[in-house]
Design a protein around this ligand. Structure first.
Ligand code: SAH
Length: 244
């Protein structure tokens, strides 16, 4: 799904970071890693930090120049933490994902490179000149430089979310049962009102305002048929109990 994206790392010094990037990529279903003159690669440190994503490392391509690494790309984004004197068009990681990740049925054939800089000095201006956009991860303005692998992780996560691959949360999900009908709800409210009267909580004749509030509570949660049955079961139980 994200197969038209490639991650390009320029002159990475710490091989462990390359492994961390591979792991972040695989977690988020990215697979194409390009390395421009890495200081040390391959490396045991990279493999150990990759922790099971070494397939990304073994298929990584090493280039002599950034130009070669991005030669097949239609869109190039340079990730930078720093404010630049020249202003490149800027997108946040989320905007990048929203703009460039296309739904599966409308998969873009454009190849998109996201370029990350050196740990100690980032990307140089002449490298950003090769980029169409500057990509920024919004964060603390007094301390804005993320670790390289962490920066890739955030961007890859945004791409993953935008690609719609995340499993939906179950919070607020209703189960399979149908929502209770208006008739079932009315019977429930009558039953509730009667029970509250039976236990002496209210007088049926003077209960309009409290019943209205109780309706508001129950209507807010959109009860299904099984849930109404359970509530009515409780009411029946409390009535029988009260009779004893
Ligand atoms: N000290 C360097 C930053 C190095 S961090 C500097 O001054 O630029 C290594 C790389 O991670 C950066 O080159 C950039 O590609 C990426 N990165 C780190 N923090 C980022 C942020 N807040 N937004 C975008 N990219 C970031």
């Amino acid at each position: 799904m994200l197969s038209n994206f490639k991650i390009v790392l320029v002159e990475t010094s710490h091989p462990g970071n390359i492994g961390g990037v591979a792991r972040a990529m695989k977690n988020m279903t990215l697979s194409e890693l390009c390395l421009v003159t890495p200081k040390t690669f391959p490396s045991a440190d990279a493999t150990s930090r990759a922790a099971g994503s070494d397939d990304i490392l073994s298929s990584a391509t090493v280039y002599e120049t950034l130009q070669e690494a991005i030669a097949d790309c239609q869109v190039v984004l340079g990730a930078s933490a720093r404010d630049r004197t020249i202003s490149w068009p800027e997108v946040t990681a989320r905007e990048c994902a929203e703009k460039f990740v296309k739904p599966a049925e409308n998969q873009s054939r454009d190849k998109i490179a996201i370029v990350f800089g050196r740990e100690n000095s980032g990307l140089k201006n002449h490298e950003l000149d090769l980029c169409h956009y500057l990509l920024r991860i919004p964060c603390n303005s007094d301390y804005s430089s993320l670790n390289l692998a962490a920066a890739v992780q955030v961007v890859a996560y945004e791409l993953f979310v935008a690609s719609g691959q995340q499993t939906k949360s179950t919070i607020g999900d209703k189960n399979e049962d149908n929502l209770a009908s208006a008739k079932q709800m009315e019977l429930f409210y009558e039953h509730l009102q009667q029970t509250l009267a039976d236990i002496g909580f209210l007088h049926v004749d003077k209960s309009q305002s409290i019943m209205r509030r109780l309706r508001r509570i129950y209507n807010r949660v959109a009860l299904d048929t099984k849930e109404v049955d359970i509530l009515r079961g409780i009411l029946r139980f409390s009535q029988t109990h009260n009779d004893k």
